[in-house]
Design a binder for this molecule. Sequence first.
Ligand SMILES: Nc1nc2c(ncn2[C@@H]2O[C@H](COP(=O)(O)OP(=O)(O)O)[C@@H](O)[C@H]2O)c(=O)[nH]1
Ligand SMILES: [Mg+2]
Length: 402
Amino acid sequence: MSSSGLPEDFLRQWKEAQGQYASMDEPDSADRRSDDAHDLTEDEAAEHLANGWERLHEVVPRFNLAVLGNTGAGKSSLVNAIFGEIRAEVGVGAPVTQEVTAHDNEAGTLRLYDFPGFELGKNGRDPVTIIKDELSTIQKGPEEDRIHLAWFCWDQGPRRVEDAHRAAIAELEARKVPVIAVVTKVRDDELAEIEEFGRWIRNHVAGLWSHDTGSPIVCLTRSKAPSAGLVQLLDESRTAADATFRDAIDAAQKLDAAAKRRAARGLIAAAAGSAAAAAAIPVPVATAAVLAPIQLGMMGQIARMYGLNLKGVLGGGTALLQLALQLTGRAAVASLVKVVPGAGSVINAAVASAWTYAAGEAWLYLCDGIASRKIDPDQVGPVFDYLQPIIEAVLKSKFPKS
Ligand SMILES: Nc1nc2c(ncn2[C@@H]2O[C@H](COP(=O)(O)OP(=O)(O)O)[C@@H](O)[C@H]2O)c(=O)[nH]1
Ligand SMILES: [Mg+2]
């Protein structure tokens, strides 16, 4: 804690976030909600949280990444190093393919298509034919399941590009999937030779993705500690994939906590815009429940983005659900009234938006802390004591004259 009673990292984060929020458009699309004049019950709150949680994909569509390369090239290690371990195998509803396995992360922000290696497949089938067939199946399937980006991995050890690799890359290119070349298991003691191999790939392998002006991108990486090149691969992936998937990539990765918070703040800004629209005709403080569904939906989205489990962490009777109720109910209104001039009796658009930012920042702080195991989700009761200063800091900066 800092001397002002705020969690130490919060003020710094909040300062950064303000610039970010200022540059975001706030949509004003919300319908006016029912105006029942009570705090929500626990069941109602749980339902709104669940609603946001279930529908995260509507605002943050899942990013689908394919990894290809020889067996043992280091594909799984690379994915784990950037996105964490992704265990859940995709079952019903996924495109039916013979030899590609699909795995979704907990939050539903990332699907990984793990392609088979380049040895002969089932029944002695040619690997390139397999890849071609599997690609066709996936890319002709439902739009949300299609591959958005591929990493093609070469182990730096053999430093060998095979004809089958070129053929597979051509198949990806023909289907407009950007392919980033990755050299894995980079060793510092052979860096000169590895860089030479990278240059050779850049000049001799057709169909690789490049920036608008430059030559193809080849990322040199090491998944084993001390890791190398992972942030660059993540950055290139963000650029190569369609902008639609930027938030999903930022949410799914585990290398850059600030990028993940940035993605969550997109959800907060959207909810603040909806809250402002809902209070375009000022509502009495007594009917603050008009805003709670918007704010709780936002909280559900953020919780999911952080991979928090709906039933375990957010389920009925948990401390976190209580806290969500407090942030969106009378307790928050009480602190609002203290800080914001003129908020004594009505909530107008500006107040609604500031309140939503405050609740969102406090909730983001919690989810971030829980996901990184700095905060115990069962012990968040006392946490409200330090969320209060967060709320007030946000509100004060939104109403600087108070
Ligand atoms: N030294 C070193 N070994 C690695 C690295 N990445 C993966 N490996 C090892 O290479 C082997 C194959 O890795 P894996 O990720 O399973 O490859 P995949 O078959 O392409 O998914 C495993 O024994 C890994 O521990 C790396 O960066 N450095
Ligand atoms: Mg593997």
